[in-house]
Design a protein around this ligand. Structure first.
Ligand code: NAD
Length: 463
């Protein structure tokens, strides 16, 4: 099938590359010329395991093309994905201006023939109908340009201009760090909309993925497709993220109580996670959730509830527990080092989770800001940020090129991101290089006994 993906970030580029990999003809559109240039040369502007490989093979097979020309993308696609960002506004609402621009742009460039416009961006509930309206506005704008100078003679009609399309909400559930894997191995595919024709086309598009042709375990039953109305599909995305964020806030609350009563939250999490009603995922206590999705999506849902006169108390509590939790490493540092002014603190990891280069709303950024405010010097080592030089926008922190340079002269380390390679660092050597060998394990990732044997004073979260 002919596909156009508009917006080539973590969601759009992965979607485009994966759809090209399974045989569709894809054009990816982005209005960032630099990115387009990079992608045309076969390079991915983001770090995501496996992405460069499938991108390059799709380029070689001529299954994927990159452009900044929206008109060309719209002309090509029978399925048009909107995958632009919806970042948070200071009020907590979603900033939908990029979706708006794209929807109007699609309308202005519709060239006849039936199209399915697929909203993959996470958008406030009700956006499906709004996108439809904006596309029609775009169509009307375009139609105005078709009126000849001097107007249409009264005995003639405006030139016919076909704009046959449906809007589908197809929320994305991929996780940064395993986005390609998640696209080929989804738990479910949600298709919201009331057009049978559009849903049928989407089923055809996703058939190879549904049939597990590219899955790690091809013997699994087909991927469930959930066909819903537009609003329910949009709500599913928000509810899923709000639930996961709340689950983490819950275990962090339990961890803080564990800290006080002397229980070990790792054992508690295992004990409750074995209950199949609870499940063991998203029960890792630590320094709180961040990233480009959870904070903005929970805030947006709270805001939507507010708009309808409902106070989302549980979600507000999940946010406030998280805000406090993001400062827990600071509290622990103060407990051990007392005065932070003039001390040097080293951060192991900067990104909001491992296997990504994404720094958006990462807990490390809060920590850097607060440590600077209290007069501490901050250094950091992150396997991706340190090597790719993605220091853009980072201030108040010296980015080191390896963990030993980081440890050198530090009064304490804080493990911020659970990168797998942090489990095998030479901690004996690192402890010797430090002024005070203290480690705050912000993700309960390291083995306390191993760290103590390496010479560290070990402090976890709730253990
Ligand atoms: P991103 O910021 O990484 O990428 C957005 C891209 O859209 C950028 O490359 C930008 O240049 C491009 N863009 C903006 N305006 C454009 C326009 N008018 N025309 C063409 N391109 C334009 O965003 P992302 O992280 O991929 O997220 C996209 C959406 O998917 C968001 O709504 C997000 O909430 C949702 N989502 C993200 C994730 C995730 O893990 N990142 C997961 C699920 C859903």
């Amino acid at each position: 099938m002919r596909v156009c993906v508009i917006g080539t970030g973590y969601v759009g580029l992965v979607t485009g590359a994966c759809l090209a990999h399974i045989g569709h003809d894809v054009i990816c559109v982005d209005n960032n010329e630099e990115k387009v240039k990079l992608m045309k040369s076969g390079q991915s502007p983001i770090f995501e395991p496996g992405l460069s490989e499938i991108m390059q093979s799709a380029i070689q097979a001529e299954k994927i093309h990159f452009t900044s020309d929206l008109a060309a993308g719209v002309a090509h696609g029978e399925v048009l994905f909107i995958a632009v960002g919806t970042p948070p506004l200071p009020t907590g609402e979603s900033d939908t201006r990029y979706v708006e621009a794209v929807a109007r742009g699609i309308g202005e460039n519709l060239n006849g023939g039936y199209k399915v416009i697929v909203n993959k961006s996470t958008v406030p509930i009700g956006s499906g109908d709004w996108v439809r309206m904006l596309v029609l506005d775009g169509v009307a704008e375009r139609q105005k340009t078709l009126v000849p100078a001097g107007g249409v003679p009264s005995n003639e009609k405006l030139p016919e201009f076909a704009a046959e399309f449906d809007v589908i909400s197809n929320p994305e559930f991929l996780r940064e760090g395993s986005a390609v894997y998640d696209t080929f191995n989804p738990d479910r595919i949600v298709l919201g909309g009331n057009s049978q024709r559009a849903v049928a086309l989407m089923r055809k598009l996703y058939a190879p993925i549904v049939e597990r042709k590219y899955a790690e375990d091809q013997s699994l039953p087909p991927v469930p497709i959930l066909a819903t109305d537009l609003s329910s599909a949009e709500m599913i995305k928000y509810a899923a993220n709000a639930f996961l964020a709340t689950k983490i806030s819950f275990i962090n609350e339990v961890a803080n109580i564990c800290d006080r009563v002397g229980a070990d939250v790792s054992q508690v999490a295992r004990g409750i996670g074995l209950d199949s009603r609870i499940g063991n995922k998203f029960l890792q206590a630590g320094i709180g959730w961040g990233g480009s999705c959870f904070p903005k999506d929970v805030s947006a849902l709270i805001h939507t509830a507010d708009d309808y006169g409902y106070e989302a108390q549980l979600l507000k509590a999940a946010v406030s527990v998280n805000e406090r939790q993001r400062l827990i490493a600071l509290e622990k540092l103060q407990k051990v080092l007392k005065i932070l002014k003039g001390k040097t603190v080293g951060l192991l990891g900067l990104t909001f989770k491992p296997d990504t280069d994404d720094l958006r709303d990462a807990p490390a950024l809060n920590l850097i800001e607060q440590l600077n405010r209290l007069g501490a010097k901050v250094k950091a080592f992150d396997p991706i940020v340190s090597q790719t030089g993605l220091r853009h926008g980072l201030s108040g922190v010296l980015v080191e090129t390896d963990a030993e340079r980081l440890a050198d002269g530090c009064d304490a380390l804080v493990l911020v991101t659970e990168w797998q390679q942090f489990s095998t660092l030479d901690y004996v050597k690192m402890a010797k290089l430090m002024t005070h060998p203290v480690i705050i394990d912000g993700r309960n990732f390291l083995d306390p006994e191993v760290m103590i044997r390496a010479g560290f004073q070990y402090v976890g979260v709730g253990r």
